[in-house]
Design a protein around this ligand. Structure first.
Ligand SMILES: [Mg+2]
Length: 391
């Protein structure tokens, strides 16, 4: 038996090479929390929360650090055997309402730690390998139609299998013009989607999706606010384009409501939204039962943040059938392949390999990721406090 004796939360800010533009939001830096769990024999499990945002998860660096350092560490983690992940996840759900990004950050570090203690990669803990590499989609920041279309052409040439547009650069007409320009560029057979991130109301969604139906989009992600599952069901009956749920689909009871109301044609999973790897596996089982395809998105994050989804997407057979757009390291470093990333500029010293639109999880124990301690020191978020809690 080993036990957790130290929990460290470090606020880190990683600059983006190119800002990401979404409705009401312009992201220039990824503010995340790196977590280290140390056992009594000196083994360290690590994780990175990925991008924090008030509007997507409603969690900030400060709230994640406070929730872990004030509640989860003293009341659940310290003194516990880190291999008991199911037990720890159950306790987190009992003691902490929501805060799934904080819970996921803990769940990720536990998996890394357990893999290291047992001497296996995390994908072995999740069922073993179903695939060598996860197929990736490319996420296009909203922008001028010609600029977005040019980026989509490059992504297609690189080998990406899905092209997802964000909206909100200008007017609704600008968004529609952007979709037409990208469809013309990538061709009629390319898998093309848009993500509205819940920023439309029913009337606006109906109007714009009817205008977009002729573009043959493969899906529209979260057209309505997360709480409007009934509206998503009505909308589905009025448009041709398949409707997928992202923000609406968080906990299992949300999935049940979506399934019961037939409110979506498919689902988007983000591990931080679902609350970690244990809860994501339950989520995938429920999606499989309902016959709903699942694509995996990302929070935008480092090579360390990306690793849990890379391991899950190459070890869960239902997930394997979907497309993964967990390309945080590429978005941060402004490139489509990891070989172009300057060494030493990421939270991970060894970023997983992204090549030809595929991502290969690192080999080695746990996530197989080495922390870049020099980067953590030089990119500590100004004026935010790191916390350490120990037995
Ligand atoms: Mg989304």
């Amino acid at each position: 038996m080993s036990k957790i004796v130290k929990v460290e939360c470090l606020p880190v800010s990683t600059p983006l090479k190119k800002p990401v533009i979404m409705p009401n939001t312009r992201i220039t830096s990824i503010d995340s929390v790196v977590l280290k769990l140390t056992t009594d024999d000196g083994t360290v499990g690590i994780s990175d929360s990925g991008d924090t945002s008030s509007w997507y998860r409603g969690e900030l660096q400060e709230s994640i650090i406070a929730m872990i350092a004030n509640v989860i560490a003293p009341r659940i983690l310290l003194g516990e055997d880190p291999r008991n992940i199911e037990k720890i996840v159950a306790k987190m759900d009992l003691l902490v309402r929501d805060n799934n990004q904080a819970k996921a950050t803990v769940d990720f570090a536990l998996h890394d730690l357990k893999g290291k203690l047992l001497g296996v990669p995390v994908y072995e803990l999740l069922g073993g390998r179903t695939l060598e590499a996860a197929r990736q989609g490319w996420v296009l920041s909203a922008g001028k139609p010609d600029d977005v279309a040019a980026e989509a052409a490059l992504a297609k040439k690189t080998g990406f299998a899905l092209f997802k547009m964000k909206i909100g650069y200008g007017t609704m007409a600008d968004d529609i013009a952007m979709v037409h320009a990208v469809r013309d560029t990538v061709g009629p057979d390319a898998y093309l989607t848009i993500d509205a991130n819940g920023f439309w109301n029913y009337e606006k969604a109906l109007h714009i999706i009817r205008k977009l139906d002729p573009c043959g989009l493969d899906l529209i992600e979260q057209p309505l606010p997360h709480w409007d599952i009934e509206g998503m069901a009505r909308l589905r009956g009025q448009v041709k384009t398949p409707i997928y749920a992202d923000e609406s689909a968080q906990e299992l009871h949300h999935l049940k409501e979506i399934v019961d109301r037939r409110a979506a044609d498919g689902l988007f999973l983000k591990l931080q939204k679902a609350g970690g790897l244990v809860k994501s596996q339950r989520w995938l089982t429920m999606a499989r039962l309902a016959g709903l395809p699942v694509h995996c998105g990302c929070m935008i994050g480092s090579g360390l943040e990306h690793s849990p989804s890379a391991h899950l997407w190459t070890s869960n057979e239902w997930a394997t059938q979907g497309l993964n757009e967990s390309i945080g390291p590429l978005m941060i470093h402004g490139t489509m392949e990891s070989r172009n990333i300057e060494p030493g500029t990421d939270i991970a010293l060894n970023i997983p390999r992204f090549e030809g639109g595929l991502c290969y999880p690192n080999e080695g124990v746990g996530f197989g990721v080495e922390l870049n301690e020099a980067f953590l020191a030089s990119h500590a978020t100004p004026e935010k406090l790191a916390r350490t809690v120990a037995l």
